[in-house]
Ligand binder design. Structure first.
Ligand SMILES: [Zn+2]
Length: 72
């Protein structure tokens, strides 16, 4: 039988005090558009995502084989 020991999570509240830099322009981020400095930078970042500039880092298995057309 288990003894009464409620494992309630502690009430640790971490205040958002850490200043973050805008990944877009490097300016201090604003709370409104965290982690960006402005909605504009946020849009820019989002746009980049949509345009596929961000490449998903994964295993590079599909490298073009050089031995495709070898004249030998
Ligand atoms: Zn910015």
């Amino acid at each position: 039988m288990t003894s009464g020991k409620g494992s309630a999570g502690g009430g640790t509240v971490t205040p958002l005090r850490r200043k973050r830099k805008c990944p877009e322009c490097g300016r201090p981020s604003e709370r409104l558009s965290f982690p960006f400095c402005s909605p504009r930078c946020k849009a820019v970042d989002l746009n980049r995502w949509l345009s596929g500039s961000y490449v998903i880092a994964g295993p590079e298995n599909e490298l073009p084989s050089p031995d495709d057309e070898d004249e030998r």
